[in-house]
Design a protein around this ligand. Structure first.
Ligand SMILES: O=C(CO)[C@@H](O)[C@H](O)COP(=O)(O)O
Ligand SMILES: [Fe+2]
Length: 226
């Protein structure tokens, strides 16, 4: 048996004015994690939520809050997000080339799970030292669209990176994010991804539970053969 399937609806596609009930709805539909996209309007040309929203949501749920930091200075977010009750803290390698060791240590010291993400144009080799180093990350998030916005088209060429990672690290959590849904899950699952972020395909479906269950099934079918 390989790694566990984790289906993480991206709350970016939810109705932010009803975040707590939208989160509960996703959990009731079978979500494992809630994916929280934190953007600073600088690393990406969009601005979303920050620690105060995570803190508010935490008062309503015990769920694993999988925070994806699309920010230029992730170090500045460690303390506030730790206090707010974030569970996972995934930073981008493109802005952390000089300080990822310190970043990972600080994330862990605040009780969060460290992860690293990379944009479609960033070579996979860049994250190997972070998986193998003295202060290893526990998840790699391979972006399958350019970060910044929900509802974009899945980029199949990013699957080479997922395949390379899975071959090298059979028990690593590998997350994919962007354009995932019933029509793209097979590519991601067969490449070896086990943590699936999906926003528009889940929130936009008439039956969100069915989409979540289909994606879980595909990941489990592949992972049971590892
Ligand atoms: O990080 C991001 C976008 O930058 C994602 O988490 C999106 O929110 C996923 O949305 P869909 O592509 O599934 O609609
Ligand atoms: Fe994301």
């Amino acid at each position: 048996m390989g790694v566990e399937a984790k289906i993480a609806p991206s709350m970016l596609s939810s109705d932010f004015a009803n975040l707590a009930s939208e989160a509960q709805r996703m959990l009731d539909c079978g979500a494992d994690w809630l994916h929280m996209d934190i953007m600073d309007g600088h690393f990406v040309p969009n601005l979303t939520i920050g620690a105060p929203v995570i803190e508010s949501l935490r008062k309503h749920t015990k769920a694993y809050l999988d925070c994806h930091l699309m920010v230029t200075n992730p170090l500045d977010y460690v303390e506030p997000l730790g206090k707010a009750g974030a569970s996972g803290f995934t930073f981008h390698v493109e802005v952390s080339r000089d300080n990822w060791g310190e970043l990972v240590q600080r994330i862990k010291s605040k009780g969060m799970r460290p992860g690293v993400s990379l944009k479609p144009g960033t070579p996979i080799e860049e994250v190997y030292p972070l998986v193998e180093g003295e202060y290893p990350v526990e998840m790699v998030l391979v972006m399958t669209v350019e970060p910044g916005f929900g509802g974009q088209k899945f980029m199949p060429e990013t699957m080479d990176k997922v395949r390379a990672l899975r071959k090298k690290y059979p028990s690593l959590d590998i997350e994919v994010d962007g354009g995932l849904g019933p029509s793209t899950i097979d590519m991601a699952a067969s490449a070896g991804a086990n943590c699936i972020v999906a926003g528009s395909s889940v929130f936009g479906a008439p039956d969100s539970a069915q989409v979540i269950s289909l994606m879980r099934k595909r990941v489990e079918e592949v992972q049971k053969n590892y």
